[in-house]
Ligand binder design. Structure first.
Ligand code: BV8
Length: 233
């Protein structure tokens, strides 16, 4: 039996009701682009203008959107659970951070950071990058690149009592392995989504995140996690 941590994984679906589009539309395009055209190191080498323009447009959207009830509910869960809580997000928006989440690993980086291709220096960044800029890139994990914090994430999953995935299709590796890893460690696995995915989940709670997550968090704090909660709900 795991030692009793709660690990939450979020994907694009938790930000959908804040007005940010998810990734896999019916045509499988990301904002009108194929993945390989904008979210790979090769794309950045061969066509930096298209890549910088793509991320400038995504970054420019952030000031117009705000965290929703699901983001805020996860902050309440973090406050109730303290060090027994860990949030992993696949999202590159900054909505969890703006809601107040601090025990967070942004495993695919973030739109509000840029990284120097030679020194690896990372800076906070909120405006556009010049479209022909080739020394500073979005601090975002592209396909074929190593994700951030994977060793720490694997350690957290090995101690999980509860694994909760919210708004993720389970399409992308290695995040799509986390439920199975947690389950092998003895965790109960729950997903919140508009529809069940193929992941290793004991329960699927279907519905929009803003309608399902707040009530789920309150029930967890008052019920099974009450013994673990370090503060009142
Ligand atoms: C790596 C940053 C190794 C960029 C992202 C063939 C088979 C299997 C795997 C591979 C393969 N070929 C290559 C791979 C590996 C590859 C991969 O998984 N490819 C996929 C496409 C097959 N993965 C990688 O390359 C990873 N790195 O493996 O490195 C390595 C090791 C050592 C050394 C070097 C290398 C890196 C992956 C990271 C890619 N970058 N993001 C950017 O965002 O521009 S991933 C990107 O897509 C997002 O960050 C996000 O993670 C992902 C989209 O997934 P979701 O978040 O799940 O979003 P999606 O739209 O798919 O689903 C939304 C869900 O929400 C849906 O289920 C929907 O029903 C639900 N929903 C909608 N509305 C709501 C809702 N739910 C609740 N409420 C709502 N209101």
């Amino acid at each position: 039996m795991s030692v009793g941590t709660v690990v939450v994984l979020t994907g694009a679906g938790i930000s959908a009701e804040s007005g940010l589009s998810t990734f896999r539309g019916p045509d499988g395009l990301w904002e009108g682009h194929h993945v390989a055209d904008v979210a790979t190191p090769e794309a950045f080498t061969h066509d930096p203008v298209t890549v910088q323009r793509f991320y400038n447009r995504l970054r420019a959207r952030l000031p117009a959107v705000t965290p929703n009830a699901a983001h805020h509910a996860l902050v309440r869960l973090e406050h109730a659970m303290g060090t027994a809580f860990h949030l992993i997000t696949q999202n590159i928006d900054d909505l969890h951070q703006r809601a107040g989440s601090t025990r967070i690993t942004a495993m695919h980086g973030g739109l509000t950071m840029i990284r120097h291709v030679d020194t690896g220096d990372v800076l906070s960044w909120h405006g556009d990058l010049p479209e022909n800029e080739q020394h500073w890139r979005p601090h975002v994990v592209w396909f074929g690149e190593r994700t951030i914090g994977l060793d720490h994430i694997t350690e957290m999953l090995s101690q999980a009592m509860l694994f909760l995935a919210i708004g993720t299709s389970g399409t992308v590796y290695p995040a799509n392995q986390f439920a199975a890893i947690a389950k092998r460690a003895g965790a109960t696995t729950i997903e919140v989504n508009l529809e069940a995915t193929a992941g290793a989940f004991d329960f699927t709670l279907t519905g929009p995140a803003t309608q399902v997550v707040p009530g789920l968090v309150e029930r967890l704090i008052e019920g099974p996690l009450a013994a673990l909660a370090v503060h009142g709900g």
